[in-house]
Structures are given as structure tokens and as C-alpha cells.
Ligand binder design. Structure first.
Ligand SMILES: O=C(O)CCC(=O)C(=O)O
Length: 302
């Protein structure tokens, strides 16, 4: 696929690649010292979690794979990680795809280790309701199930399709190579309005990218992590973002450790969902700028 996106440092090119192909690769977004410090922290944490029998698999996307490793909920596991969600390139690209009030939905490391299983191609916004004609029956959105989606070919649809409502800006913390499990994607599949069928071969491209790059795909693009046939781990960090009306994949307001919550900047608190959006996310008083924890909320009054 000769015109598939290649790493670029040109923001206009990056946005054009996202619009045309559903993904792009932005090189040099994270400086080498920060990238190296995050790599060391993630690998140290990963080793300790394996020793400590922490659950490190992700059954939603890799049910068969006990080799690959997810280090979940990174803000609890080192302040250094927060540099990634404050990064101006990440924010500019994500806001280009989703708009200004996008919130962080997931923030975890995905380490593909040698001898892993192959992750199946998927889209991230599998839960999106399909456009329909007036009066047509519809799938009840609260009945949606990941394993039972509308599949088809990765070609441009000739009917209305949903817009992107999530966007994954994955940070290459090590180089992403053909050998070590670089994310593979199907260019143009974001315009198909369909999910990839299981166990089917499609024309994929591999997001080869030097460490410090962002591999960004929007919620409709077919993608997956790949086989690591090398000898060293591939480390990627998902900064995964969503429209502010969607439930976040990680429940930051509940799951952040108290000392981390206390240390967040206002920008970080807003990004993680502590700021109501058009009153969604309010914890007590409608119109309050920030959600309050239950211990500070009004209780039963007499
Ligand atoms: O780790 C990767 O390369 C892809 C991860 C992925 O598919 C996902 O987070 O949905």
C-alpha cells in the first residue's frame, strides 16, 4: 500500500493522513530523555507486576494471550507518565479528531513480548449505534456486545456511517518495527462503517515508527498489535481519548490513588473527567465547575 502514512513531523500532513487513511504517525513528539525514562519505569513496573501476580492481561482485546502484558492505569504508577497527556502534539491531534473537550479514556502500557499470540483486528468504537432510516428497527444500544458486530469489507461506504467518537494516540516508547509487533492497520477502513470479520486476511500496513513517535488512529480504523518475532519487548502506551459524553474505559475519578488526585493540575483533572461537561459528570451541585468526592458532598439534611 504505497501511499500509506509514513512517519512525519509535519502536523498538516499528519491531519491529512488521519482524514484520508484513518491513522497517521507523528515523529519526534516525545523527547528522547522522557521516552527513555518512561520506558525504564514501565519495564520496571511490568516486571514487578508479573512477580506480584497482578493481572496483566486484557481480556477485551487479547483473550488468548498470556505473553503480552498490559500495565494498566499508568497515572498511579509514576508521575513521569503524565507528560504524555500534557504533550501539545498529542492534544492537538486528538482535538483535531474529536474536538476541544475530548477526555482521556484509557492510559495504559501495552508490551508485546516475543512469542506472543496475534491480536485480532478490531475497531475501538465497536459500541457505536448504526445510522438508520426513520422507523427502522434498531439495536438497543444497551444490548451492544463486542463479539457480535456488523462486519464487512474495508471499502468506503455508500451509506451514512457514524463519525469517530474515540481516538487512540499510542506513544511508541520503543521503536515499533516489523519484527517486534508494530501496530498493523487497514488504511481507509475508517470510512467503511464496518468491523473486520474474525479470522479473515486483509491488506494491512505496519506502523513502523521510531521511539518517541505517536501512532494515532481514530475509533473506526481497523487495527491490532502484531506478532513479536524478535528478541526484545515492544512498549507502546495508549493515550486513548473520547468524546466527553462517553463512559471512560478507566474510571479515573474513582481509581486514582488519593495522593495522585491531590497532585493533578487543573488541566489534568479536566482531561481525566473531574470537570463536568454540560452537567454530565456532576457529583452534586449542577453547574459546579468541578465534581466533588462523596465525602465533601451534601448528605441527608434535617
Ligand atoms: O498495542 C497495539 O499496537 C494496539 C493496541 C490496541 O489495539 C488497542 O489498544 O485497541
Amino acid at each position: 500500500m504505497s501511499n500509506a502514512p509514513r512517519p512525519t513531523t509535519d502536523m498538516a500532513r499528519m491531519k491529512a493522513d488521519l482524514a484520508e487513511h484513518g491513522y497517521g504517525i507523528f515523529e519526534g513528539a516525545i523527547d528522547p530523555d522522557t521516552t527513555a525514562a518512561i520506558r525504564d519505569r514501565v519495564l520496571e513496573q511490568a516486571a514487578a507486576e508479573r512477580r506480584g501476580n497482578v493481572v496483566t492481561s486484557n481480556v477485551a482485546v487479547e483473550p488468548e494471550d498470556a505473553v503480552n502484558q498490559w500495565v494498566a492505569f499508568l497515572p498511579n504508577k509514576g508521575k513521569i507518565h503524565r507528560a504524555l497527556i500534557n504533550n501539545p502534539h498529542v492534544l492537538e491531534i486528538v482535538r483535531y479528531v474529536l474536538g476541544q473537550d475530548a477526555i482521556l479514556s484509557e492510559f495504559s502500557a501495552h508490551i508485546t513480548w516475543p512469542d506472543n499470540e496475534e491480536m485480532a483486528l478490531h475497531i475501538d468504537q465497536w459500541f457505536m449505534p448504526q445510522p438508520m432510516m426513520p422507523g427502522e428497527d434498531y439495536e438497543r444500544p444497551a444490548n451492544a456486545h463486542r463479539a457480535d458486530r456488523l462486519c464487512g469489507d474495508p471499502v468506503e461506504a455508500n451509506h451514512p456511517i457514524p463519525p469517530p467518537v474515540v481516538c487512540n494516540a499510542m506513544v511508541a516508547i520503543t521503536d515499533f518495527t516489523l519484527e517486534n509487533g508494530a501496530t498493523r492497520l487497514v488504511p481507509g477502513s475508517h470510512l467503511s462503517g464496518r468491523n473486520p470479520a474474525p479470522d479473515t486476511d486483509y491488506d494491512v500496513t505496519f506502523a513502523e515508527a521510531p521511539a518517541g513517535s505517536l501512532v494515532v488512529w481514530e475509533g473506526r480504523t481497523w487495527h491490532a498489535a502484531s506478532l513479536n518475532t524478535g528478541t526484545t519487548p515492544r512498549v507502546g502506551i495508549t493515550t486513548y481519548w473520547a468524546a466527553p459524553f462517553l463512559r471512560q474505559l478507566l474510571n479515573f475519578t474513582y481509581g486514582l490513588r488519593p495522593e495522585v488526585t491531590a497532585d493533578l493540575s487543573d488541566q489534568e483533572r479536566a482531561l481525566m473527567g473531574f470537570k463536568p461537561w454540560s452537567t454530565y459528570g456532576t457529583s452534586d451541585e449542577f453547574g459546579a465547575d468541578w465534581a466533588r468526592p462523596g465525602k465533601d458532598n451534601v448528605g441527608e439534611l434535617k
